[in-house]
Design a protein around this ligand. Structure first.
Ligand SMILES: O=C(O)c1cccc(C(=O)CC[C@H]2O[C@@H](n3cnc4c(=O)[nH]cnc43)[C@H](O)[C@@H]2O)c1
Length: 250
């Protein structure tokens, strides 16, 4: 099985690739540069495709198509990077995701793909078209989350970073079980679905979802946690899919 990991920016790409050891750079159509691990316990292809769901979908689709045309299709696509963690709500609500923690999505949900109506936000599915959620294989989610010491829950994809407590509360109410927010997962999942390839999303929490406070970001800690999470991926995939998967190369 070959695994494609799609990040937004190069710092995230490098944090993932650090778990895999030395990498070669492979040029893809469209000017994309893929990092391909030359060896080590995690030999994976990692692509920094840009910020936001559209850039993520374009980059992921390019890599998936290139691999398929080369006769070496991927068996799994992972959207990965830093993200915002929801803070715990009142008792009985989801536990939230603290700074530096790892989240594996059991649902990858487009939170702002829809329409404003007099009754509030309506997802495109309520309007009769499209998709707003992808649900990764639960066994894979469980294995990857257990290996990484991660929480499993909903990760929402947004095009506008949440910047207020009111918006954070609205998202948490609309998506019970939401743990994290980021900007690419749904785009990667759409590309994976178009190619019939399973998808995962792995986020490490750099900031709390809510009022904008750049001074409180812990990007370094989140990137370190990302490397740590990806060190555990080969073992988790072996546990979930059977013995001796050749994770990444044809
Ligand atoms: O300028 C700001 O206030 C601000 C606040 C949070 C995040 C940003 C970004 O530009 C980050 C975009 C980048 O990182 C991921 N990310 C990290 N934290 C969040 C978040 O709380 N909500 C959404 N995305 C987040 C995201 O996937 C992007 O790749 C700026």
């Amino acid at each position: 099985m070959r695994v494609l990991v799609v990040t937004a920016v190069t710092a995230e790409r490098d944090a993932v690739a650090a778990a895999a050891g030395p990498c070669d750079e492979v040029a893809l159509p469209g000017g994309y540069a893929l990092l391909r691990a030359a060896g080590g316990p995690v030999a994976c292809d990692v692509l920094a495709a840009g910020v936001g769901p559209a850039a993520a979908a374009a980059g992921a689709a390019t890599a998936l198509t290139a691999a398929a045309l080369a006769g070496a299709p991927y068996g799994l696509v992972v959207s990965a990077g830093i993200g915002g963690g929801f803070v715990p709500g009142p008792e009985g609500s989801p536990p939230g995701a603290p700074l530096g923690s790892v989240v594996v999505a059991d649902a990858i949900v487009a939170a702002d793909l829809g329409a404003e109506t007099p009754d509030g936000f309506a997802p495109v599915t309520d309007l009769g078209f499209g998709t707003v959620a992808h649900r990764p294989d639960p066994a894979l989610v469980e294995a990857v989350a257990a290996a990484a010491g991660a929480a499993a829950g909903t990760v929402v994809t947004v095009s506008t970073v949440t910047g207020s407590a009111a918006r954070a509360a609205e998202l948490a109410e609309r998506h019970p079980g939401v743990l994290a927010e980021a900007m690419e997962g749904f785009g990667v999942a759409e590309a994976a679905a178009a190619h019939g390839v399973p998808v995962l999303e792995v986020r490490t929490v750099s900031n709390a979802v809510g009022p904008r406070d750049r001074g409180a970001w812990r990007i370094g800690a989140a990137l370190t946690a990302l490397t740590g999470a990806f060190r555990t991926l080969p073992g988790a995939l072996t546990a979930a899919t059977g013995p001796a998967p050749d994770l990444h190369r044809s």
